[in-house]
Structure formats: C-alpha cells, structure tokens
Design a protein around this ligand. Structure first.
Ligand SMILES: Cc1cn([C@H]2C[C@H](O)[C@@H](COP(=O)(O)OP(=O)(O)O[C@H]3O[C@H](CO)[C@@H](O)[C@H](O)[C@H]3O)O2)c(=O)[nH]c1=O
Length: 328
C-alpha cells in the first residue's frame, strides 16, 4: 500500500490524476490537498469526495506543521486518513494565472514557496528515501521560444513568468536532490486541453471559442509551432512517474507538435464533419509574433515506455462536444 499526496488537487490535472489513481490502483491511498485559492474548479471537491480511497483536505501545502505530520514516520492526527506516512508527492500546487498588477501578485512567491516547502520538509522528515519520490509538474514554458524540438538537456530560456518560476523550482529540486539525495522526477508538460478545462492556454482558447462561434484572440501568430496534449494522455504519463528509478530525472510530456493554424483548421473540419457546424469566426493574432516551441518526446518513450495514444481528431471532438453542450 502506498500513500500518495496530491497538492493542488482541485486543479484540473490534480483532480483528474487523483480520480485516475483511485479508479485504477486500489493499492494507493490518496491524500488530496488544495488551499482553495482558485475557485475555477471548486466543484472538483465533490468529485474527490465520491471516492473512498481519496481523502480531500483544505490545507495550505506551505504549512510546515501539516507537512511534518503527514511525512514523518510517527503517527499524527492524520492516522484517521492514512496508515503511515506519505511515500509519493505529486506537486501540482501552482498558480499559472500570473499578473504582476493584480492583487494576487503574491502568487509569484507562493509558487516558489509551495515547492520549496515540500522539498525541505521531505528531506527533514523522510528517514529512508527508498521508494519515496517527489513528482514535480513543470511546464514546457521553461524552454522559451527560440527553437524547435526542445529536448530535456537543452538550456532553459524561459520568456514568461510561468516558465521562469517552474525553471527556478526545477533548479532548487535538482540541487536538493544532488546534495541530499532527494528523489525527484520532473515532468515538463506541454499545453493541454480536454473537456471541462477552463485554462486560458492556446488549445483550450481555440476549442472553447470555436465551439460557441465566438472570435478567437491569440497572443501568437497562427504560424507558430507548439506542442499540445490531450489531458487524458497527460494523466497516464504522470502516473509513470511513480516507476522512475533515477534519483533525479526530467521528462518532456507532450502530444502533438503542430502549427496553430493547422490545429484551427483540423478543429474546424471536425466542427463541420461531426457536429454539422460551419462557423467562420474572426481570428485575431499578431502576425509578427511567431513562437517555435515544439518538444521531443523520445526520452519519455525510451525510458518509461510512454507515448500519447489518443488520436488528435478524437481528442478535439471530445473537447468540442463538451464546450458545445456546456456553452461556456
Ligand atoms: C499557489 C497554490 C495553488 N494551489 C492550488 C490552487 C489550484 O486548485 C491548483 C492548481 O490548479 P490549476 O491551476 O488547475 O493547475 P493545473 O492546470 O492542473 O496545472 C498543473 O500543470 C501545469 C502544467 O501545464 C503546471 O504548470 C502546474 O504547475 C500544475 O499545477 O493548485 C494550492 O493548493 N496551494 C498554493 O499555494
């Protein structure tokens, strides 16, 4: 029996991963934790509460006393939820909605604090590091924009705050791993999409607007090359993190390398062919801002045997169907 902590468990990926593990791995006990700072997915609380092998708690993951009580071998008040301590930590708690001028600008420091708190307390509390692991969910934004097919050993050159905060957390985890033997696996996830996703990333924006015939406003040119992944594939990929063997390793986790224009065209064809809708809404984008940010997936396939299995057309169809019926 393994005890798994999922921080940021009300978020899109944290919630889907909790449910996936609960449905498919009866040998896992899941402690799902979120500070409920983001109300977007607050209804996910009800989803998690339906599972007997998921215990959901509203908690601040930077609370050292809380972390100590769940990571230490000695039994604390969490014995009601868990027998023993946490073995695996999935670190999802991260606010990607970074606006320096909003009253939420503290989320910059919070995003560093969540990762540092977990890693520091794990080093202090885990006496035996065998079979323990922190799985950190980073982002392909750490690479920046200037190349195609970034692989894991390429230099990091983030050009947005999300990327630079994730890059900082990766560096901190790597140093802690080197100096204290902390077992860490990092996944650099590309932009994901799927039913119910409310994030303002490129594939989600395109599909949600196309489905309800609203104008599309893109921050980059449609000539840009990006990597996108269906959420379900991403969740399967994240599960493989439990079986990684090296003390520290990094994997790109993505799906399709595609131009934004092609993604729009394929989605429009699906809209017409499968839903009989022939919309031709306005698409606004800066013509001179062309992003090249595709990623190589060789390492995750060669080392962990993972590759995305959902056909692009199927994933687009399922996502569009959701937005049509939920008219968001
Ligand atoms: C800053 C902070 C956040 N949170 C929670 C609030 C949200 O429910 C949750 C994050 O949910 P979402 O914004 O949906 O995150 P999600 O899209 O699933 O993102 C994951 O995957 C992304 C990959 O694209 C990563 O970049 C993010 O680090 C990772 O969190 O974390 C906490 O519980 N504590 C915190 O301190």
């Amino acid at each position: 029996m393994k005890n798994i902590l999922i921080s940021g468990a009300l978020g899109y990926l944290g919630c889907h991963l909790s449910v996936f593990l609960a449905n498919n791995f009866p040998m896992y006990n899941i402690l799902a934790v979120d500070n409920e700072s983001d109300k977007k997915y607050i209804s996910n609380k009800k989803v998690l509460e339906n599972y007997s092998n998921i215990n959901y708690l509203k908690k601040d993951i930077t609370d050292i006393h809380f972390l100590e009580s769940i990571l230490n071998e000695k039994k604390g008040f969490f014995s009601t939820y868990l027998s023993g301590k946490i073995d695996i930590i999935y670190a999802f708690a991260f606010d990607s909605n970074l606006d320096l001028f909003s009253n939420k600008s503290h989320n910059l420091t919070d995003n560093l604090k969540t990762c540092i708190s977990i890693a520091t307390q794990a080093i202090k509390s885990w006496n035996n590091l065998k079979d323990k692991k922190i799985i950190y969910i980073s982002s392909a934004d750490v690479y920046g924009n200037k190349d195609k097919n970034f692989s894991e050993q390429d230099c990091l050159n983030p050009e947005n705050l999300k990327g630079s905060l994730h890059a900082s957390n990766e560096m901190i985890l790597k140093t802690m791993s080197l100096n204290y033997g902390l077992p860490v696996t990092v996944f650099r996830a590309s932009s994901y999409f799927g039913p119910g996703c409310k994030h303002n990333n490129i594939p989600t924006h395109i599909l949600s607007k196309l489905a309800i015939n609203e104008p599309i406003n893109l921050p980059i040119s449609i000539k840009s090359q990006i990597n996108i992944i269906y959420y379900d594939d991403l969740i399967y990929g994240l599960e493989t993190g439990i079986k990684t063997e090296k003390t520290f390793d990094i994997y790109n986790l993505g799906g399709f390398n595609i131009s934004v224009g092609d993604f729009i065209d394929i989605s429009k064809q699906i809209l017409q062919k499968r839903f009989g809708l022939n919309y031709n809404q306005k698409i606004d984008y800066p013509i001179d801002k062309i992003l090249y940010s595709t990623i190589s997936l060789d390492k995750v396939y060669n080392d962990l045997g993972w590759k995305n299995y959902t056909e692009l057309e199927d994933s687009i169809e399922k996502t569009i169907a959701y937005y049509i019926s939920n008219d968001s």
